[in-house]
Design a protein around this ligand. Sequence first.
Ligand SMILES: [Zn+2]
Length: 228
Amino acid sequence: MDMLVIAPHPDDAELGMGGTIAKMISAGWEVGILDLTSGEPTPHGSEALRAEETAAASKALGVSWRQNAGLPNRSLQHTLEARAIVAGYIRQTRPRWLFAPYWKDAHPDHVVATELVEAARFWAKLSKTDLPGEPFHPERIYYYYCIHLRLAVQPSWIVDISEQWDRKLEAIRCFESQFITGRPSEPPTLLDRFRDDAAYWGRLINRRYGEPFATREPLAVTSLRDFF
Ligand SMILES: [Zn+2]
Protein backbone atom coordinates (compact mmCIF):
# COMPACT_ATOMS: atom_id res chain seq x y z
CA MET A 1 0.00 0.00 0.00
CA ASP A 2 1.27 3.49 -0.84
CA MET A 3 -0.81 5.55 1.61
CA LEU A 4 -2.85 4.60 4.67
CA VAL A 5 -5.16 7.37 5.87
CA ILE A 6 -6.12 6.90 9.52
CA ALA A 7 -9.30 8.70 10.56
CA PRO A 8 -10.91 9.08 14.01
CA HIS A 9 -14.41 8.84 12.49
CA PRO A 10 -15.85 7.73 9.15
CA ASP A 11 -16.05 11.01 7.13
CA ASP A 12 -12.82 12.62 8.45
CA ALA A 13 -10.70 11.12 5.66
CA GLU A 14 -13.16 12.41 3.04
CA LEU A 15 -13.39 15.89 4.57
CA GLY A 16 -9.66 16.26 5.16
CA MET A 17 -8.17 14.71 2.04
CA GLY A 18 -10.86 13.15 -0.15
CA GLY A 19 -9.56 15.03 -3.20
CA THR A 20 -5.99 13.86 -2.67
CA ILE A 21 -7.15 10.28 -2.09
CA ALA A 22 -9.08 10.34 -5.39
CA LYS A 23 -6.15 11.99 -7.16
CA MET A 24 -3.58 9.44 -6.04
CA ILE A 25 -5.88 6.49 -6.79
CA SER A 26 -6.33 7.89 -10.31
CA ALA A 27 -2.52 8.03 -10.56
CA GLY A 28 -2.37 4.30 -9.79
CA TRP A 29 -1.47 4.46 -6.12
CA GLU A 30 -2.91 2.05 -3.60
CA VAL A 31 -4.67 4.07 -0.89
CA GLY A 32 -6.44 2.63 2.15
CA ILE A 33 -8.50 4.15 4.94
CA LEU A 34 -8.59 2.92 8.52
CA ASP A 35 -11.45 4.43 10.53
CA LEU A 36 -10.70 4.12 14.23
CA THR A 37 -14.31 4.29 15.50
CA SER A 38 -17.87 4.00 14.17
CA GLY A 39 -18.42 7.73 14.69
CA GLU A 40 -21.77 6.94 16.30
CA PRO A 41 -23.90 8.01 18.08
CA THR A 42 -24.66 11.29 16.28
CA PRO A 43 -27.96 13.24 16.19
CA HIS A 44 -29.12 11.91 12.80
CA GLY A 45 -26.98 8.82 12.30
CA SER A 46 -26.97 5.19 13.36
CA GLU A 47 -24.31 2.49 13.20
CA ALA A 48 -26.01 0.83 10.22
CA LEU A 49 -26.61 4.06 8.32
CA ARG A 50 -23.08 5.34 8.92
CA ALA A 51 -21.65 2.04 7.66
CA GLU A 52 -23.76 2.33 4.48
CA GLU A 53 -22.68 5.94 3.98
CA THR A 54 -19.03 4.97 4.50
CA ALA A 55 -19.23 2.21 1.89
CA ALA A 56 -20.81 4.63 -0.61
CA ALA A 57 -18.14 7.28 0.05
CA SER A 58 -15.35 4.72 -0.42
CA LYS A 59 -16.88 3.76 -3.76
CA ALA A 60 -17.10 7.42 -4.81
CA LEU A 61 -13.37 7.89 -4.16
CA GLY A 62 -12.36 4.49 -5.55
CA VAL A 63 -10.96 3.23 -2.25
CA SER A 64 -10.73 -0.55 -2.25
CA TRP A 65 -9.27 -1.14 1.23
CA ARG A 66 -11.14 0.31 4.19
CA GLN A 67 -11.61 -1.11 7.64
CA ASN A 68 -12.84 -0.02 11.03
CA ALA A 69 -10.67 -0.64 14.09
CA GLY A 70 -13.74 -0.78 16.37
CA LEU A 71 -12.34 1.58 19.01
CA PRO A 72 -14.80 3.58 21.16
CA ASN A 73 -16.25 6.74 19.61
CA ARG A 74 -16.30 9.90 21.78
CA SER A 75 -14.05 8.21 24.33
CA LEU A 76 -11.12 7.21 22.16
CA GLN A 77 -8.08 6.69 24.36
CA HIS A 78 -4.43 6.11 23.71
CA THR A 79 -4.23 2.80 25.55
CA LEU A 80 -1.57 0.16 24.90
CA GLU A 81 -4.32 -2.09 23.61
CA ALA A 82 -5.48 0.55 21.08
CA ARG A 83 -1.85 1.17 20.06
CA ALA A 84 -1.35 -2.56 19.42
CA ILE A 85 -4.51 -2.70 17.29
CA VAL A 86 -3.42 0.21 15.10
CA ALA A 87 0.16 -1.09 14.88
CA GLY A 88 -1.30 -4.42 13.74
CA TYR A 89 -3.12 -2.71 10.88
CA ILE A 90 0.07 -0.88 9.89
CA ARG A 91 2.00 -4.17 9.81
CA GLN A 92 -0.77 -5.80 7.82
CA THR A 93 -1.16 -3.02 5.21
CA ARG A 94 2.54 -1.91 5.14
CA PRO A 95 1.92 1.61 3.79
CA ARG A 96 4.82 3.71 2.59
CA TRP A 97 3.19 6.80 4.12
CA LEU A 98 0.73 7.35 6.95
CA PHE A 99 -1.76 10.21 7.16
CA ALA A 100 -3.13 11.29 10.54
CA PRO A 101 -5.34 14.21 11.66
CA TYR A 102 -3.62 17.52 12.34
CA TRP A 103 -2.43 17.56 15.96
CA LYS A 104 -4.38 20.56 17.30
CA ASP A 105 -8.13 20.07 17.54
CA ALA A 106 -11.14 20.70 19.74
CA HIS A 107 -12.39 17.12 19.35
CA PRO A 108 -10.61 14.92 21.89
CA ASP A 109 -10.95 11.87 19.59
CA HIS A 110 -8.96 13.71 16.92
CA VAL A 111 -6.16 14.70 19.30
CA VAL A 112 -5.94 11.14 20.61
CA ALA A 113 -6.00 9.74 17.07
CA THR A 114 -2.91 11.76 16.17
CA GLU A 115 -0.99 10.51 19.23
CA LEU A 116 -2.20 6.98 18.67
CA VAL A 117 -1.07 6.88 15.03
CA GLU A 118 2.36 8.30 15.89
CA ALA A 119 2.89 5.76 18.66
CA ALA A 120 1.52 2.88 16.57
CA ARG A 121 3.88 3.80 13.74
CA PHE A 122 6.78 3.33 16.16
CA TRP A 123 5.44 0.11 17.62
CA ALA A 124 4.84 -1.37 14.17
CA LYS A 125 8.60 -1.68 13.63
CA LEU A 126 9.33 -3.57 16.84
CA SER A 127 10.60 -7.12 16.72
CA LYS A 128 10.07 -9.76 19.43
CA THR A 129 6.48 -8.68 20.11
CA ASP A 130 3.19 -10.51 19.88
CA LEU A 131 1.88 -8.05 17.29
CA PRO A 132 0.56 -9.72 14.12
CA GLY A 133 2.67 -9.69 10.96
CA GLU A 134 6.26 -8.68 10.40
CA PRO A 135 7.92 -5.47 11.67
CA PHE A 136 7.33 -2.49 9.41
CA HIS A 137 8.02 1.23 9.63
CA PRO A 138 6.18 3.68 7.33
CA GLU A 139 8.71 6.11 5.86
CA ARG A 140 6.67 9.21 6.54
CA ILE A 141 3.77 10.49 8.56
CA TYR A 142 1.82 13.48 7.29
CA TYR A 143 -1.16 15.35 8.71
CA TYR A 144 -4.41 16.31 7.00
CA TYR A 145 -6.76 19.06 8.16
CA CYS A 146 -10.02 17.96 9.67
CA ILE A 147 -10.01 20.44 12.49
CA HIS A 148 -12.92 21.30 14.81
CA LEU A 149 -11.35 24.66 15.60
CA ARG A 150 -11.49 27.82 13.53
CA LEU A 151 -7.74 27.96 13.08
CA ALA A 152 -5.77 29.46 10.23
CA VAL A 153 -2.96 26.91 10.32
CA GLN A 154 -0.15 27.52 7.84
CA PRO A 155 0.12 24.30 5.83
CA SER A 156 3.39 22.68 4.79
CA TRP A 157 1.97 22.12 1.31
CA ILE A 158 -1.32 22.22 -0.59
CA VAL A 159 -2.45 19.64 -3.14
CA ASP A 160 -4.24 20.95 -6.24
CA ILE A 161 -7.57 19.09 -6.20
CA SER A 162 -9.33 21.21 -8.83
CA GLU A 163 -10.03 18.14 -10.98
CA GLN A 164 -11.02 16.03 -7.97
CA TRP A 165 -13.37 18.48 -6.26
CA ASP A 166 -16.54 16.97 -7.74
CA ARG A 167 -15.51 13.49 -6.58
CA LYS A 168 -14.68 14.81 -3.12
CA LEU A 169 -18.07 16.54 -2.88
CA GLU A 170 -19.80 13.36 -4.06
CA ALA A 171 -18.01 11.40 -1.31
CA ILE A 172 -18.90 13.99 1.35
CA ARG A 173 -22.55 13.99 0.20
CA CYS A 174 -22.69 10.23 0.91
CA PHE A 175 -22.61 11.14 4.62
CA GLU A 176 -26.09 12.58 4.44
CA SER A 177 -26.74 11.93 8.15
CA GLN A 178 -23.77 14.12 9.04
CA PHE A 179 -23.80 16.99 6.56
CA ILE A 180 -27.28 17.31 5.07
CA THR A 181 -29.97 16.02 7.47
CA GLY A 182 -30.88 18.71 10.00
CA ARG A 183 -28.34 21.17 8.56
CA PRO A 184 -29.16 24.61 7.08
CA SER A 185 -30.83 24.23 3.68
CA GLU A 186 -30.41 27.92 2.81
CA PRO A 187 -27.04 29.04 1.49
CA PRO A 188 -24.47 28.85 2.78
CA THR A 189 -25.14 25.17 3.45
CA LEU A 190 -22.48 23.06 5.10
CA LEU A 191 -21.47 21.77 1.66
CA ASP A 192 -21.13 25.40 0.47
CA ARG A 193 -18.79 25.98 3.41
CA PHE A 194 -16.65 23.00 2.42
CA ARG A 195 -16.42 24.36 -1.11
CA ASP A 196 -15.42 27.78 0.25
CA ASP A 197 -12.66 26.14 2.31
CA ALA A 198 -11.33 24.22 -0.70
CA ALA A 199 -11.45 27.40 -2.80
CA TYR A 200 -9.50 29.30 -0.13
CA TRP A 201 -6.71 26.72 -0.11
CA GLY A 202 -6.78 26.62 -3.90
CA ARG A 203 -6.41 30.38 -4.09
CA LEU A 204 -3.20 30.21 -2.04
CA ILE A 205 -1.59 28.10 -4.79
CA ASN A 206 -3.33 29.88 -7.67
CA ARG A 207 -5.59 26.92 -8.45
CA ARG A 208 -9.36 26.47 -8.19
CA TYR A 209 -9.43 24.05 -5.23
CA GLY A 210 -6.82 22.76 -2.81
CA GLU A 211 -6.28 20.54 0.22
CA PRO A 212 -3.75 21.52 2.91
CA PHE A 213 -1.31 19.22 4.70
CA ALA A 214 1.26 19.58 7.45
CA THR A 215 4.45 17.74 8.27
CA ARG A 216 6.65 17.87 11.36
CA GLU A 217 9.64 16.53 9.43
CA PRO A 218 11.17 18.27 6.38
CA LEU A 219 9.76 17.35 2.99
CA ALA A 220 12.00 15.60 0.48
CA VAL A 221 11.75 16.24 -3.25
CA THR A 222 13.75 14.74 -6.09
CA SER A 223 13.71 17.94 -8.12
CA LEU A 224 12.59 21.52 -7.77
CA ARG A 225 10.63 20.85 -10.97
CA ASP A 226 8.05 19.16 -8.70
CA PHE A 227 7.25 22.58 -7.25
CA PHE A 228 4.91 24.98 -8.98
ZN1 LIG B 1 -14.00 13.32 13.34
